[in-house]
Structure formats: structure tokens, C-alpha cells
Write a protein that binds this ligand. Structure first.
Ligand code: NCD
Length: 298
């Protein structure tokens, strides 16, 4: 959602951003990586509310805020009033009443960010809502691709894994497509997602291995499955794990939003290989979130 002076009102999904703003955020993040910006969040307080577990996204936002000179107030969800039966709308409205400059939120419910935006005055930044969207992850992935390849347009990218339940798959497919890349979704049939059938898809990674230059591997989101698809994730891995043998001499970079199921999503060898951009994604994530935080109007 953008207002008329091009500043962001909220960031809930990639669909909130026009192409110019997407490129502006990515380029700003790259410039922040090249030379640290001024303390753009001096005297600002940002609240982080994460109802779902997180290692990278929460730390990345909090480090980004502090690098910009802002302060963080983290709501410790496990000891918050949500545990006493307060609704998330009331929790958000109460935090908002204390006048933070923005709220970064993660929740298991798809649409939580949009819903909460109705109850607050400050910007809401979505740190991941259910299987719906994870806009800053996809922007940092695009930044990483741009830094590695110079251009995203024309890149052939395979997104591999639990497409149905992955907000990263949703956001990435939409963003990379808008940036002119060719996206193929690779997953077993039970992990296909009707919402994004508009993308080329296959059940066999070998179908596209000779054309792609990037694989985005995803974690199997067992916490979102209503029934067990695999007794043992090694059955999934036997077809979808990104291994040394599978990649061979091909010039393909391997990415993953984390957390990685080692030797299920990507094998030890490929994770340590220079073709893995996994930790570079994490490093870029801080600059990307600094760029996003610099685009809000208050
Ligand atoms: C992902 C998430 O939480 O959506 N990780 C992340 O934010 N870096 C992916 C996942 O949980 O598998």
C-alpha cells in the first residue's frame, strides 16, 4: 500500500508495491550494503510481535532497526496477554496506542497483517503470515540474485519443495515473475498450489536442471500439514534434496530462506559449496530490511 508521495503505508504483500518501488527498495538495500546510511530511525521506536518462531527474520529486523539508530520493543508473545485470551486485534491496538513508529508482525494466520492494519494507525510490516506472504524475504532474495547475476530479468529459477504451504514460494514466484524472471515450481503433486498454477510446474527437477541458473529450496512445512505426507522426510529427500550429484558441474546457485533441513532440503556438501548463497541471503536481509524501514512515512 503506497500513499501519494510514494512512501509506504503498510507492507503486507509484494502486491502492495509497484515495480518502481520494488526496484527502489532493492537498489537502496544494495547502496546501504556498499556504504552504511545515516541513522534514519533516530528517535523512532519499532515494535516486533512474532507469534510464530523465528531466528532470521526477527533478528534481521531488530538488527536493521538498531543499525539505523532506532529502538526496538519486542513483545514477548509467550508471556504476553494473548496467552490470557486477548485477541490479536486487541493486542495490536494496545501496542499501537503506545505510539510506536511501526509494528513488525509474524502470525500463523494468512491475512493477519491485512486484518491488523485495520486496528492500528502505524505502519504494519508483515514478517510472514501463514502460507500467504513474506515480502521482505522475497525482496532480499531478489537483492541477492541481483548482486550475484547483475540482472534478474531473463533468469530461470526453480522453486523447489512445499509450494502449497510456503509463504516464501508465494511471494518469490510473484516477485520474480514481475521482475521478468522465468519461474518453475518443482514439487511432489501433494505440494502443488492451485493459486500459482499460472507458473510452469513439474514434479521432477531434472526436467529443468539444464536450463536454470538458480534453485530456491524450501523447507517442508510440517507444522502446516493437516496430515502427514511422509513417515520419514528422507522419502521426500530422495527426490528433492539438492545434492552434489544432482547439480554436478552445472553453474547453478542454491538458495534457501532457512531454516534448512540439512540433507533433506540441501545436502551438507552443497551447503558448504561456493554455489550456496544461503548465508549471503541472511547477510543481505539486514540491508534489505533497513531499506524497507526507510520507506515509511513516520
Ligand atoms: C521462512 C519463514 O518463516 O517463512 N523462513 C524465514 O523467514 N527466513 C521459511 C520457513 O519457515 O521454512
Amino acid at each position: 500500500m503506497e500513499n501519494k508521495i510514494g512512501k509506504l503505508r503498510h507492507l503486507i504483500s509484494i502486491n502492495d508495491l509497484n515495480l518502481q518501488t520494488i526496484n527502489d527498495i532493492i537498489n537502496t538495500a544494495i547502496s546501504f550494503k556498499e556504504s552504511p546510511p545515516k541513522k534514519l530511525l533516530k528517535n523512532k521506536i519499532i515494535s516486533t510481535i512474532f507469534f510464530e518462531n523465528s531466528t532470521r527474520t526477527l533478528s534481521s529486523f531488530e538488527i536493521a532497526i538498531k543499525r539505523l539508530g532506532g529502538e526496538v520493543v519486542r513483545l514477548e508473545v509467550m508471556s504476553s496477554s494473548t496467552k490470557k485470551g486477548e485477541t490479536i486485534a486487541d493486542t495490536a491496538a494496545n501496542i499501537d496506542a503506545m505510539k510506536p513508529n511501526a509494528i513488525v508482525i509474524r502470525h500463523k494466520g494468512a491475512g493477519a497483517g491485512n486484518y491488523l492494519a485495520k486496528f492500528v494507525h502505524c505502519p504494519i510490516i508483515n514478517g510472514g503470515d501463514g502460507a500467504h506472504a513474506h515480502p521482505t524475504q522475497s525482496l532480499l532474495d531478489a537483492m541477492t540474485l541481483k548482486l550475484h547475476f547483475g540482472e534478474i530479468e531473463g533468469l530461470k529459477i526453480a522453486i523447489v519443495g512445499d509450494i502449497t504451504n510456503s509463504r516464501v514460494a508465494n511471494s518469490n514466484a510473484i516477485l520474480f515473475d514481475r521482475l521478468g524472471a522465468e519461474v518453475t515450481l518443482v514439487s511432489p503433486p501433494h505440494f502443488q498450489n492451485p493459486l500459482i498454477r499460472r507458473f510452469r510446474n513439474t514434479t521432477d527437477l531434472r526436467d529443468v536442471l539444464d536450463e536454470i541458473s538458480c534453485i530456491i529450496s524450501l523447507r517442508t512445512q510440517t507444522e502446516r500439514h493437516s496430515r502427514g505426507h511422509y513417515g520419514d522426510l528422507r522419502d521426500y529427500a530422495s527426490r528433492y534434496c539438492i545434492t552434489k550429484e544432482l547439480i554436478g558441474e552445472r553453474n547453478i546457485v542454491v538458495m534457501h530462506p532457512g531454516p534448512v533441513h540439512r540433507n533433506i532440503d540441501i545436502d551438507d556438501y552443497m551447503l558448504e559449496d561456493k554455489k550456496s548463497l544461503v548465508l549471503e541471503q541472511v547477510q543481505n536481509g539486514v540491508f534489505l530490511r533497513m531499506a524497507v524501514l526507510s520507506k515509511f512515512h513516520n
